[in-house]
Design a protein around this ligand. Structure first.
Ligand SMILES: [Zn+2]
Ligand SMILES: [Zn+2]
Length: 391
């Protein structure tokens, strides 16, 4: 069994020696952003890099051409590093997946360098997980059984802060389409059935419902079709809503109440209603205290303080939530710069600055160190697994 402390220091050195290659990879992704399921160049660049570092790569897993699996080593435990890769339409890498993805690829390469020639058992698995912004990639991979032999999975994500524990809400996407009857809005209003009224009633009913919602729940929507001209009673109108909660049971109940708002609006206006759920439900994040502590150990080795922020604040949803329900998972944040928020151009631009590069290298090291801890300290992995089963 290799000496763990020595391995950890070797990992930091290996990461540093990769700095130039990794920052230029992340910058390259920034300059050539690709949206969900279109990440062809990004995915193949990641794969080629991993192959260079001795990983066996299988491309196109789970029916998605840009998803891949790359393994180094043999047998259990299997520790997975998740490499996100998709950009946002219009604003490029405003979620910083160039940093998130490259951090996992870099940690994998550094691990390969430090483990080369040593006698060890276990597998470092890199999973290229596309289309996070579509709430899709990881869910498809779970459904295809890609996570079946994974003992623990992790990734980092860029942020304004260094947080170890990050909540995510469960999310269901609902599309409502109301159909009525068109007529001249002035000459024959009594002949019409106003589908736009049904949409507006839905919004009003949901606004009333909001007062009775639990504190962790959120509902927000837009009108996607609201008629063609003011002198035509709209025969068709539609709206999209996101419904979120931190637990799946509450999410199911809230979804039903939101659908009832639309049903009530359909009855009130005389419209027909079509309810469609878009994509699969994103599960909330199942937190794992032992896994978080293992990551804190890596921060300690690097002398980096964790930011104190209530982990339940500023929360969205991600398909990492579904991973966390399937296997022990961790999604810490690496800090780029205070005061910037994800899904903005400013955030995308920050990923290629000195601050962005520092965050990237922090992620490479923390991920690498935590994987070493899980591979070579059986007690840590046991605790992570126990935590997963008991919560
Ligand atoms: Zn995002
Ligand atoms: Zn993201």
């Amino acid at each position: 069994m290799p000496n763990l402390d020595k391995l950890k220091h070797g990992l930091i050195d290996a990461a540093e020696s990769l700095r130039g290659a990794l920052t230029s990879m992340s910058d390259d992704f920034y300059r050539n952003p690709e949206t969900g399921l279109e990440e062809k160049k990004t995915s193949s660049e990641m794969q080629a890099f991993l192959e260079k570092y001795g990983f066996t790569v299988e491309a196109g897993v789970a029916g998605m051409p840009t998803a891949f699996r790359a393994g180094l080593g043999k047998g259990r435990p299997v520790i997975a590093l998740l490499a996100e890769m998709d950009a946002l339409p219009g604003i490029g890498h405003g979620c910083g997946h160039n940093i998130a993805g490259t951090a996992s690829i870099g940690a994998a390469a550094a691990l390969s360098e430090v483990l080369r020639g040593l006698d060890w058992s276990g597998t470092v698995l890199v999973l290229g997980t596309p289309a996070e912004e579509l709430g899709k990639g990881k869910i498809e991979m779970i459904n295809a059984g890609v996570f079946n032999t994974v003992d623990a999975a992790m990734m980092v994500h860029g942020s304004s802060r260094r947080t170890v524990v990050k909540h995510f809400l469960g999310l269901t996407r609902l599309n409502f389409t109301f159909r009525g009857r068109s007529s001249h809005a002035s000459a024959y209003p009594e002949e019409g059935i106003n589908a736009l009224d049904a949409v507006i009633q839905t919004f009003n009913a949901i606004s009333a419902l909001r007062q009775q919602m639990r504190g962790d729940c959120k509902v927000h929507g837009i009108i996607t079709e609201g008629g063609k001209a003011p002198n035509i009673i709209p025969e068709l109108a539609s709206a999209s809503f996101y419904v979120r909660s931190k637990d799946l049971k509450e999410l199911a109940s809230l979804k039903e109440r939101v659908v009832n708002c639309a049903k009530g609006a359909a009855i009130a206006t005389g419209c027909s209603l079509d309810v469609r759920e878009e994509g699969e439900t994103n599960a909330p994040m199942k937190l794992n205290a032992a896994f978080a502590d293992a990551y804190r150990g890596a921060l300690k080795v690097l002398g980096l303080p964790e930011d104190t922020q209530a982990p339940g604040r500023n929360v969205g949803s991600s398909d990492i939530g579904n991973v966390s329900q399937a296997v022990p998972a961790l999604h810490p944040h690496v800090p780029i710069r205070q005061g910037i928020n994800i899904h903005t151009r400013e955030f995308a631009d920050a990923t290629v600055t000195v601050d962005g590069h520092r965050a990237l290298m922090e992620g490479v090291k923390t991920l690498g160190l935590t994987v070493l801890e899980l591979l070579f300290n059986a007690r840590t992995l046991d605790e992570v697994k126990k935590d997963f089963l008991t919560e």
